[in-house]
Design a protein around this ligand. Structure first.
Ligand code: FAD
Length: 305
């Protein structure tokens, strides 16, 4: 793992740097990765992406919450997002983090909050994806996903990270549920006891997860900007007669926009993850860690003023 990646991921937890970047970052270039500070800012961005043939999801950025009351505000905000998506006729679903709904306060609280949102989404035929966070949250996240599915909710999915050793076993345990899974490489700083430190091992694990998920009878969201993995998925699906309805590519807003449109042109479903909100700092730091060249982009804007 590169030292710069570790440094940037550590910076994601620095309150002092956060204050500085929050003050100047949007002007410097955070807007390239974040659809705005408010839902009103995000709606035209989502519409423009939809008009280009791309599906979208949106996330109200934020991870830590202090108390139960604050989690209820987050739930209310997401209800508003779901209602607005319906009113605007957007092809947009919601991706959220359980820590934003109170996972670090109480697992049952997070579970009740996400269940309320999954039910709310179902009323307008919409869908909720539960993002995967640091490894210490994986067990609880998978427990909550399983509980929702066992309670009969079909409009919910979650995420597996190929950098974690455990993910292949987690996938095998989930496959009987015909799960809706997004496969990612993983965006957090994890110790070598839990996660592959080498990129080539993370990529090889991604291939194994991708193939096992596609061979199952759920839905696979292939969330990567890695063209060789994308082409591998296409070839594997073709070879095994897996229809385009059973999978989708997912990329981040602001990353490889031409590739997104090219895949649409080739007849594949593509979803662009398009977050918004005032708490964009930690999200931006993870995007910089994935590609340090993005830091140069930001610094160049700083010099330009
Ligand atoms: C839709 C979506 C949802 C995600 N959800 C989660 C989640 O729930 N949990 C989680 O841990 N992680 C999540 N991630 C992040 C993921 O784990 C990776 O950190 C991220 O996708 C970068 O890895 P990669 O697969 O694109 O491959 P890499 O091997 O990192 O990159 C492949 C190529 O893509 C380009 N690229 C990659 N990232 C960027 C970037 N930020 N800016 C510019 N170019 C870039 C580079 O040119 C690089 O050569 C998500 C990613 C996506 C796309």
């Amino acid at each position: 793992m590169s030292a710069l990646r570790s440094l940037l991921l550590a910076a994601a937890d620095s309150p002092r740097l956060q204050r500085f970047v929050q003050k100047y970052g949007f002007r410097l270039g955070a807007a390239r990765f974040v659809a705005g500070q408010t839902l009103d800012d995000a709606v035209p961005v989502l519409r423009r992406l939809n008009d280009g043939g791309l599906r979208t999801n949106t996330t109200l950025l934020g991870e830590g919450v202090r108390d139960e009351a604050e989690t209820h505000e987050v739930v209310a905000a997401y209800r508003e997002v779901l209602d607005r998506i319906q009113a605007e006729g957007l092809r947009t679903n919601v991706a959220l983090k359980l820590t934003h709904l109170g996972l670090t306060i109480d697992e049952q609280l997070a579970r009740a909050n996400v269940a309320a949102l999954v039910e709310h989404a179902a009323r307008s035929g919409n869908f909720v994806r539960i993002d995967m966070e640091e490894s210490r949250h994986v067990d609880a996240t998978l427990r909550i996903y399983r509980a929702l599915r066992e309670a009969g909710h079909e409009n919910v999915g979650t995420v597996l990270q190929s950098y974690l050793f455990r993910s292949e076993d987690d996938l095998a345990a989930l496959l009987p549920l015909s799960p809706n899974l997004r496969i990612v490489k993983g965006a957090y700083l994890e110790p070598p006891e839990l996660a592959y430190p080498q990129k080539r091992d993370v990529d090889a694990s991604y291939v194994r997860l991708l193939e096992a998920s596609l061979a199952g009878d759920g839905f696979t969201a292939i969330a990567t900007h890695d063209e060789s993995l994308i082409e591998h998925a296409i070839a594997f699906a073709r070879e095994h007669g897996i229809s385009n309805e059973r999978f989708q590519f997912q990329m981040l807003y602001g990353v490889r926009p031409r590739l997104q449109l090219e895949l649409v042109r080739r007849g594949f479903g593509v979803l662009v993850a398009t977050p918004y909100g005032p708490e964009w700092y930690r999200y931006l730091m993870r995007r910089l860690a994935e590609r340090p060249a993005n830091l140069i982009f930001l610094l160049r804007n700083l010099v330009r003023g």
